[in-house]
Design a protein. Structure first.
Length: 307
């Protein structure tokens, strides 16, 4: 059997959080269902943030209505705090992603709290697993700005590892290593990922790379070497962080799937179906920053998906 890699599609969350147009709920639903039909196994559907901060997600509870239709897909939601986690659970999500920033400057800009305060909020969210509503919760915790920060500059790897230990001990089910601003390079990934995998102690480690400076897929390769088999990616390379200047574009789902399949990894993704969806998304969103070599050049005649 071929080695399997999961691409967790984050276009509906990270991809559109800064989009100029509000995407109607029905379009978001269609996007999710077509991702399902294209073989995407996991989708981050929305974020339960205050609408005044990110208006795109004012319909988060309504978007959650598509969950029963996502047969065979793991849907998740991003939350910034305990209230967001409670709302996500009430809306029907069981997979919750909470992100905290290793960079103090980014943490203050993003959620107006220190990293230690963000860790304390994580513990309050983890405590929900002891309640009726939260007993089925799978809690992923993102370590934002792991490889550097546009606001702070360097981020101490030892601080990253310290926070990783704290969240694992505090009840995180998954560890998400995030290059929020696209500062990471393969040498950094090779240096820190094996240590985080060891700290995770069997828990799933997910990598969230941006392609801000063209190193996204190189970082995926380095993470594969460290044993990581789950990656966040975004249709058309959409995305960025509204609280970190210069943070552009997630790794592109189509290109990442193509690279992985070409290397012999199975993703289960129908790339031509993604390209069809991409063309419609471009008409829905209009003038946004899109990326992708496969969308530009097409699949080579020699391409064969891994079965």
């Amino acid at each position: 059997m071929p080695d399997r890699v999961i691409l967790r599609e984050v276009g509906l969350r990270d991809g559109i959080q800064m989009a100029a147009r509000f995407l109607p709920t029905e379009r978001k639903r269609e996007w999710a269902l077509r991702l399902r039909d294209a073989g995407v196994a996991e989708i981050e559907l929305t974020s339960f943030v205050p609408p005044k901060n990110v208006p795109q997600f004012a319909d988060a509870a309504e978007v959650a209505g598509v969950i029963p239709e996502l047969t065979g897909v793991v849907p998740s939601a991003l939350v910034p705090n305990l209230k967001g986690a409670e709302n996500a659970l009430q809306a029907g999500f069981t997979h919750i992603n909470y992100v905290l920033s290793i960079s103090e400057a980014h943490s203050q800009s993003n959620v107006r709290r220190s990293t230690d305060e963000a860790i304390a909020e994580f513990r309050r969210i983890a405590a929900l697993k002891q309640t009726g509503a939260g007993q089925k919760m799978v809690l992923g915790v993102g370590l934002a700005t792991t490889f550097g920060c546009t606001l702070q500059g360097e981020v101490d790897p030892e601080r990253v590892l310290d926070v990783a230990r704290q969240i694992v001990a505090g009840g995180a089910d998954e560890v998400i290593v995030a290059d929020t601003v696209g500062y990471g390079n393969p040498a950094q990934v090779r240096a820190i990922l094996p240590r985080i995998v060891k700290i995770a102690d069997g828990r799933r480690v997910i990598c969230h790379f941006h392609d801000t400076r063209g190193l996204g897929l190189a970082n995926v390769l380095a993470a594969l070497e460290a044993g990581v088999r789950v990656f966040d990616s975004s249709l058309a390379g959409l995305g960025g962080c509204p609280f970190a200047p210069g943070a552009t574009g997630n790794i592109n789902t189509e290109d990442t799937a193509f690279m992985l399949e070409s290397m012999g990894f199975a993703t289960g993704i129908d790339i031509p179906a993604l390209l069809e969806l991409r063309r419609d998304v471009e008409t829905w969103l209009g003038d946004e920053r899109y990326s992708g070599a496969i969308a530009r050049a097409g699949l080579p005649k020699t391409y064969q998906p891994v079965i």
